[in-house]
Design a protein around this ligand. Structure first.
Ligand code: NAP
Length: 292
């Protein structure tokens, strides 16, 4: 490990809870490979302490912070500047402490689109993306798809109002993309699946073994590209069904690695090794899941 001395600067992830975060393991592997004097730690920050934590990190010369559940939206009020993608999404997952103050970024959209393009050899332009979910991940993935030129984004979420809010917020920011919200019911999802090329799960369904599928699995066709934001387990029932149907199936690990790599690039001005970060995650998760 890189020697810690008086020049070593800190970066970290703030969340509540944070004890199971994979970011320290993944980020420190990349930091070491870059050879920068930096250490990345996980910091448990209660919701009421968010402002004090962000101001405290700035005061102590932190390079930056990753922001995770439940702080991604509330962190906006403690920033001096918000980069346009993050402003469009309405949430930050990365803070960079600069001379101009605390600058908020959202690298989840990048993590999603780069992963689909790199691992799926797929372009968003002129295609329709169905995104199931209504939380921060759905918001970032919808913005990413639109920014990459998707013709249409169809949103479906158990709580329909949250999907409608995403469409209402992002629609004016991305007027060239058509926005549609459908019921998260079996028949509406089947109809939306028929009209979509990309099927993306942005809900937490698939994390627990007894979760119902986020969409009707037997509606998946070989021409679909299926993306699951869930990364643990690495192989969700949705991905297994997609593979079984002959479709391209991509899990959330690549998104996690690439959003982290982008954050590290923002903090250091260097290009981290995305593959190394992905490998670190893969090895860790496979060992945890007992997969050889
Ligand atoms: P969130 O804001 O808490 O949203 C959770 C989403 O899951 C909501 O759409 C929620 O629907 C839905 N949901 C939860 N339980 C459900 C159920 N029983 N039936 C139907 N829908 C259900 O979380 P988030 O930040 O958007 O994250 C969502 C998932 O993406 C998580 O698994 C997270 O780990 C993953 N994620 C992955 C990455 C990555 O880099 N791979 C990045 C961010 C997030 P309601 O709105 O109706 O509650």
């Amino acid at each position: 490990m890189t020697r810690i001395d008086a020049q070593t600067r800190l970066a970290g992830a703030i969340g509540w809870p944070i004890a199971h975060s994979l970011s320290p393991m993944m980020q420190n592997a990349a930091i070491e490979a870059l050879g920068v004097k930096m250490v990345y730690v996980a910091l448990a920050v209660e919701p009421d302490a968010l402002g004090a934590a962000v101001r405290g990190a700035a005061a102590m010369g932190f390079v930056g912070l990753n922001v995770t559940i439940p702080h991604k939206e509330t962190a906006l009020e403690f920033l001096d500047e918000i980069e346009p993608t993050a402003a469009a999404i309405g949430a930050v997952n990365t803070i960079h402490f600069t001379e101009a103050g605390a600058v908020g970024h959202n690298t989840d959209a990048y993590g999603f689109t780069q992963t689909v393009m790199a691992e799926g050899e797929w372009m968003f332009r002129d295609l329709t993306a169905l995104i199931v979910g209504g939380g921060g991940a759905a918001r970032a993935m919808a913005a990413g798809a639109a920014a990459e030129g998707a013709t249409k984004v169809i949103l479906a979420n158990r709580t329909r109002k949250r999907a409608e809010k995403i469409a209402a917020d992002l629609g004016p920011r991305f007027p060239e993309t058509r926005w549609e919200v459908v019921q998260a019911s079996d028949s509406s999802l089947r109809n939306a699946i028929e009209r979509s090329q990309l099927l993306a799960n942005a809900t937490s369904l698939g994390m627990k073994p007894d979760d119902p599928p986020p969409l009707p699995l037997d509606a998946i066709q070989p021409e679909h590209l299926v993306f699951d934001a869930v990364y643990a387990p690495a192989e969700t029932p949705l991905l297994a069904a997609a593979r079984g149907a002959g479709a391209i199936a991509i899990g959330g690990m690549g998104m996690l690695a690439r959003q982290g790599a982008r954050a590290l690039a923002i903090w250091t001005g260097l290009e981290p090794d995305e593959e190394l970060m992905l490998d670190a995650l893969r090895q860790h998760l496979r060992a945890e899941e007992g997969v050889p």
